[in-house]
Design a protein around this ligand. Structure first.
Ligand code: SF4
Ligand code: ZN
Length: 316
């Protein structure tokens, strides 16, 4: 297989794009494509300040690397969740994130949930009785809350996450199976800023997971291979496996599934957009982030509840 651009031996073959490239041209192609997506979906402009949520995994570190190579002002935010397990997941992911930031001279904000709120995620989850024995519900809530908080407090225009096509297709698949109209209408590469929250963007949403892996390997980016120990057996991993089977037989199926959805959504052909709940949002009495709950947002209520059980939990 030869590189389409220079005729040298190809090192990456993307059947779904009918495109093979050598390492050098692959490393040019990824940022070019990312820039194209940023413009196509009007994610952000050159002068805007971007906060990249980095977890130490290939997608977020790859995203940070690409945005920096493209010359954007992108700083990182790492959230210490206090998740350990056999591989000491949080410790190792923080180490690799810090290493990347130091190597490239990038600014990294680190927020440790335990230091901020008195307990790590697994304990907060246990004492708040949310999420049926898995910390993912509280973890997701805390991540969203803290990303919004830091972006707002430090004056970032945009919050960028490393969701790739496999992530987006799995979420879409799940929401389609249950026809969750509200979630489907909200799934987008760009979520406009509302009620004081920063705009949220997913510049990698059209890259396959294996394209991100190939990028990080080619760039020599050291990232954490292991998944969070709580991800095991999750629904999204199951959906990814199903979609991978489909992709093996029909290269490009995942991308078509996602892109056709975006087209249908944009043309208004999916659902009639209601005058959504946005109108009923108001600031949380504690943290000021928008919520539809009467007084405190879900995150602050979780912390309050945890505080009742364990007085060491720090109020928001
Ligand atoms: Fe958080 Fe781990 Fe669950 Fe992901 S899998 S939401 S990191 S607890
Ligand atoms: Zn080439």
């Amino acid at each position: 297989m030869k590189c389409k651009k220079c005729g040298e031996k190809a090192s990456v073959n993307m059947r779904q794009h009918k495109l093979a490239l050598c390492k050098e041209h692959y490393l040019e192609w990824m940022p070019e494509q990312t820039e194209r997506f940023i413009k196509k979906y009007e994610m952000f402009a050159r002068h805007e300040k971007i906060l990249v949520a980095v977890s130490g995994g290939k997608d977020s570190l790859g995203l940070w690397d690409i945005l920096t190579r493209l010359g954007y002002h992108a700083d990182g935010l790492y959230l210490g969740l206090g998740i350990n397990g056999g591989i000491n997941y949080s410790h190792e992911s923080q180490r690799l994130t810090e290493k990347f930031a130091n190597q490239h001279g990038l600014k990294l904000h680190i927020v440790d949930i335990e230091k901020e709120y008195g307990q790590p995620i697994p304990v907060l989850s246990e004492i708040s009785h949310r999420g049926h024995g898995k910390p993912c519900a509280v973890c997701g809530l805390a991540k969203r809350h803290e990303m919004n908080r830091i972006a707002r407090d430090l004056g970032y225009d945009v919050l960028a996450t490393g969701h790739n096509l496999d992530d987006e297709a799995a979420v879409l698949f799940g929401n389609t199976l249950s026809w969750s109209a509200d979630f489907l209408l909200r799934q987008s590469p760009v979520l406009a800023s509302t009620g004081g929250l920063a705009r949220k963007v997913k510049p990698l949403c059209r890259f396959y997971e294996r394209e991100m892996t190939a990028y990080c390997l080619a760039r020599g980016i050291e990232y954490i291979y292991e998944e969070c120990p709580f991800a095991e057996g999750s629904q999204s991993i199951y959906y990814k496996e199903l979609l991978n089977k489909l992709e093996t037989d029909r290269p490009g199926a995942k991308l078509t599934f996602y892109l056709r959805f975006l087209e249908a959504r944009k043309s208004g052909g999916l659902f009639v957009e209601k005058d959504s709940k946005q109108a009923h949002l108001h600031p949380c009495a504690k943290c000021g982030q928008p919520t539809s709950a009467p007084e405190l947002c879900s995150f602050c209520r979780t912390i309050e509840k945890a505080k009742e059980v364990m007085p060491t939990v720090t109020p928001t």
